[in-house]
Design a binder for this molecule. Structure first.
Ligand SMILES: [Zn+2]
Length: 274
């Protein structure tokens, strides 16, 4: 069933468990993730980022993902990730996405707050949820420089003023491939979780060790976002197909689907504590 993010994440927050968000670019990737979630009987989030729209448009994504979500036996949120403009976020809402991440994390705090509050007002009228970020989770390359950690003392007021449904926190992770295992600030997660009482989101979930994931969830993370590793898993399926002598795309597609499903199932079960 199609669900919004709040519907999926609030029970997870209360049970101190976690839901996976997997950003996908093809129908086959989406199918693999939903199959894994249905087998584990847990909700899941499927997303696409604004930066990926040149590969798969929002319209195409909505056209194949929304019916799959509606027909799924578990709740599935359809999420527009890292939307940088209000126009793109509004377009996602119009197309039927049930959740948007309005990313104004590189703006000054007051501008982030003002912009997100306006979008949340509109999104809630659509029955959709809004995720925003306080602090800024950089790319793995940028993370070597100054890291803009979430300031716990700013979180309560930000959430109260914006009325966001989920808050992404910058606590040591980064987007893309890590050169070394990141060191997370678990105390910072706990302080924000205590201050806001809404689900917290960890971006940069690819490549984290199981131990790191478990400690992040125990500290108060309710959603972990993954793109890099599921992207790699899908391509590994293609490589496996090639190594098995497959030379037709039609015969490689089942390999991709299987590789995505196996990867997603492992993460979904880890996040859910199964
Ligand atoms: Zn992200």
């Amino acid at each position: 069933m199609l669900a919004n993010l709040k519907y999926i994440l609030e029970p997870a927050r209360q049970k101190k468990t976690c839901v996976g968000q997997f950003n996908v670019l093809t129908r086959g990737m989406a199918r693999g993730v939903i199959d894994a979630a249905e087998e584990a009987k847990v909700p899941v989030v499927l997303g696409i980022e604004e930066d990926q729209l040149d590969i798969c448009s929002m319209q195409d994504f909505a056209a194949f993902v929304l019916p799959m979500a509606e027909n799924a036996s578990v709740p599935v949120a359809v999420h527009f990730d890292h939307g940088f403009s209000v126009d793109r976020c509004a377009e996602a809402l119009r197309l039927g996405f049930t959740s948007v991440n309005y990313d104004r994390s590189q703006d000054p705090l007051d501008q982030n707050e003002f912009a997100v509050a306006g979008l949340a007002h509109v999104a809630h009228a659509f029955g959709a949820s809004v995720e925003a970020e306080l602090g800024h989770t950089p790319t793995a390359d940028e993370a070597d420089g100054t890291y803009a950690y979430t300031v716990p003392e700013q979180a309560e007021e930000f959430v109260r003023k914006t009325k966001v449904d989920a808050l992404a926190v910058a606590v040591g992770t980064a987007h893309g491939e890590y050169k070394t295992q990141p060191s997370l600030d678990y105390d910072r997660i706990k302080k924000v979780a205590e201050a806001v009482k809404i689900p917290l989101v960890l971006h940069g979930g690819s490549g984290l060790s199981d131990k790191t994931v478990r400690e992040a969830i125990a500290s108060g993370i309710s959603k972990i976002d993954i793109f890099t590793d599921i992207n790699l898993a899908c391509f590994q399926g293609d490589i496996q197909a090639y190594n098995d002598g497959i030379r037709m795309k039609s015969q490689a597609i089942p390999y991709e689907l299987h590789a995505v499903k196996v990867y997603a199932a492992e993460k979904i079960r880890l996040f859910a504590g199964l």
